[in-house]
Design a protein around this ligand. Structure first.
Ligand SMILES: Nc1ncnc2c1ncn2[C@@H]1O[C@H](COP(=O)(O)OP(=O)(O)OP(=O)(O)O)[C@@H](O)[C@H]1O
Length: 240
């Protein structure tokens, strides 16, 4: 059995009516192009890259929210439980944090009873206090991130996709979240983590990819990839 959980082969994604930030009007509006990547079972994969390079598009693709316009994506099983954690995605604003936790669990194939039994842990980990029982549309972005991450810890996803939300919480929550990602998931859950913070990627991930203009520029040891990325950014700034 392959140790890949998702395989992307020469994938391209095209947003109709859009084009890459900074691209000339004549250039093709591909958000991803020629992207080949194996997501390995149980790995913690970090994704770095400048704004608009295609990181969120990659996560939407992995979450099966969008389909490739070219190339192929192959899932190890058709019933993989994929949890996407991104700001502004996935919560019903008029429902409370607790109600959203139950709803998210139901989407992930958990029973209502199972999620009810986890509510206390979700509330405690989130640090939301009484706000856990208030409508989510009254939450700050940091509170949203706390709720989403805390729910993700209790829904046992096969793949946990985290789009930059860890940086939104405060430092204490960031440290707690990093520890949870390292200790709670270990080999069971595959994590794909987007972060602009190289330290977070180095501390949590066992592999990283650097994306640029919809393609993968470098892949390997997270500390090395982050250093290469930061050196690349610094030299492109100097060239301006
Ligand atoms: N819904 C959309 N319609 C049109 N173009 C889009 C859409 N979403 C993203 N794009 C474009 O696709 C490219 C990749 O966007 P994406 O959001 O994946 O980048 P990103 O690396 O996640 O950026 P950031 O770091 O700013 O979140 C960008 O050029 C963006 O402008």
């Amino acid at each position: 059995m392959s140790d890949s959980i998702i395989q992307l082969e020469n994938v391209g994604v095209y947003y109709r009516g859009g084009r890459q930030r900074g691209a000339k009007a004549s250039s093709a509006p591909w958000a991803l192009r020629g992207l080949t990547l194996d997501i390995r079972r149980g790995e913690k994969l970090g994704v770095v890259g400048r704004n608009g390079c295609g990181k969120s598009t990659l996560l939407r693709l992995l979450a099966n929210i969008i389909s490739p316009d070219e190339g192929s994506i192959r899932y190890d099983r058709p019933d993989l439980h994929v949890q996407l954690l991104a700001l502004g995605v996935g919560f019903e604003g008029h429902l409370s944090g607790a109600e959203n936790a139950i709803l998210s669990g139901l989407f992930m194939g958990k029973s209502k009873r199972h999620m009810e039994s986890r509510l206390r842990e979700i509330q405690e980990f989130s640090g939301l206090g009484d706000a856990f029982h208030k409508q989510v549309n009254t939450y700050s972005s940091g509170m949203n991130a706390r709720l989403g991450f805390s729910i993700g810890l209790q829904t046992d996803p096969d793949i946990f996709l985290i789009d930059e939300v860890l940086g939104v919480g405060d430092k204490a929550f960031l440290e707690k979240s990093k520890a949870a990602l390292r200790e709670r998931f270990q080999a069971n859950t595959t994590v794909v983590l987007i972060s602009h913070d190289a330290r977070t990627i180095s501390e949590v991930c066992d592999r990283a990819v650097w994306m640029n203009a919809g393609r993968i520029l470098a892949e390997g040891d997270p500390t090395h990839v982050c250093e290469t990325y930061e050196t690349g950014i610094a030299s492109s700034r100097r060239a301006l």
